[in-house]
Design a protein around this ligand. Structure first.
Ligand code: PMP
Length: 399
């Protein structure tokens, strides 16, 4: 019966050829030196408009000092898993600081946001249970439901009533509503208050992945949940990533003490992996302290977002609604997104072309992200370059 088995290498070759034909092939570019929002690629310095270091903390000296001090003292490795010998006082200090910042009972450090999203669902849901998710949720939330082995039901983007309809079709078993707080490719914010209501009506647990909201939105940068004036009663668990506004690496899940303790004791992506290296925990601790008190970073970021949107509008480019640093510029087809990104790079800007499956078919885009470390004239220059790129690509197509 092995005669029908596909040869894996042949299948891969066919898929690669197919991806090339549809402008979906992925490639990586190695960055050399980095200096704030400037980075060197292939020997040229570009202004970066596609990073997630929204508050400009990744190279902040207090954060770098924290890493250097911790590495000199404790070394660079996690050494072991948390339950063996990897758990370190630096993790506990970070957990306490995050819980205090978000005004939540407890917090737990994870290796990454991806792992945390796997962990939350794997530890809480199983066969017979349901994970109800926004159609545009991040891939790691989808994968978490797969790892949990539960049913996965998706509702139209931003549609709390759609979530309610889905929950009504599965009256048995425990249920979780999982949503991005800020959608990673669109920059819009989930209707958290309505979702909290639906969760309460249906006895479901609301889990908010606030990877792109914490540090940026809400009072003291406490994120989209606090911005919606919700607390642990309505959102028992939320995800904070350390690799975005906090400029480092890793993640924290924060919320209800019993649920967090359960994760620490049973979540496979927590138990069976090496602990986050202590210098990264020390870096995040320094970053959180800065994010909490340096309000000017959020204020400057907000002003740059408005400046970018106003500039685009002045040039006749209507952007989809987003008040966050994630500003998608719709391109339609994949080739157009790639051509626009290439023109921008020739002009000195690094902007990511985002294509399926990261975004739905036919909705390729440039994902512009703003950072508190950008200067106003850099944003103005990007707006002008986007206009030139659009004109150039459209003229080339019309020819
Ligand atoms: N959730 C969302 C919404 C994200 O955008 C990302 C990162 N792209 C993650 C989770 C995963 O976080 P991490 O990069 O820390 O694995």
């Amino acid at each position: 019966m092995t005669g029908k088995r596909p040869d894996l290498r042949h299948r891969v070759q066919a898929r690669r050829a197919e991806a090339m034909a549809h402008d979906l092939a992925r490639s990586r570019r190695a960055v050399g030196r980095r200096d704030g929002v400037r980075m060197e690629i292939d020997g040229r310095w570009l202004i970066n408009f596609c990073g997630n270091d929204y508050l400009g903390l990744a190279q902040q000296f207090q954060v770098v000092d924290a890493v250097q001090g911790a590495a000199a003292r404790d070394g660079v490795g996690g050494i072991g898993s948390h339950l063996v010998c990897g758990h370190h006082v630096a993790h506990e200090a970070l957990e306490r600081e995050v819980a205090d910042w978000l005004q939540l009972p407890r917090a737990l450090v994870f290796g990454s946001g991806y792992m945390a999203n796997l962990a939350v669902q794997q530890a809480l849901l199983g066969e017979g249970d349901t994970s109800v998710q926004d159609r545009l949720n991040h891939a790691s939330l989808i994968d978490g439901a797969r790892l949990a082995g539960c049913r996965l039901r998706r509702y139209p983007h931003g549609d709390a009533e759609g979530a309610l309809r889905q929950l009504r079709t599965v009256p048995d078993g425990a249920a979780m509503i999982a949503t991005d707080g800020v959608f990673s490719m669109d920059g819009d914010v989930a209707p958290l208050r309505q979702l909290a209501l639906v969760a309460r009506m249906q006895s479901a647990l609301l889990y908010v992945d606030d990877a792109h909201g914490v540090g940026v939105l809400g009072p003291d940068g406490r994120g989209s949940v606090a911005d919606a004036r919700l607390g642990v009663a309505e959102v028992p668990l939320q995800l904070v990533t350390l690799g975005k506004a906090l400029g480092g690496y890793g993640a924290v899940v924060a919320g209800d003490a019993d649920l967090i303790d359960h994760l620490a004791g049973t979540a496979r992506p927590y138990l069976y992996t090496t602990a986050l290296p202590p210098p990264q925990a020390a870096a995040a601790l320094a970053s959180v302290k800065l994010a909490r008190r340096e309000h000017w970073r959020r204020e400057k970021l907000g002003a740059l977002v408005q400046r970018f949107r106003a500039g685009m509008q002045e040039r006749g480019s209507e952007l989809p609604p987003s008040e966050t640093p994630i500003q998608p510029v719709p391109c339609g087809d994949n080739a157009r997104a790639l051509d626009m990104a290439a023109r921008l790079e020739a002009d000195g800007f690094r902007v990511a072309a985002i294509r399926p499956p990261t975004v739905p078919e036919g909705r390729a885009r440039l994902r512009v992200t703003l950072c508190a470390a950008h200067a106003e004239d850099q944003v103005d220059a990007l707006v002008a370059a986007l206009g030139r790129a659009r004109d150039h690509v459209d003229a080339a197509r019309a020819a």
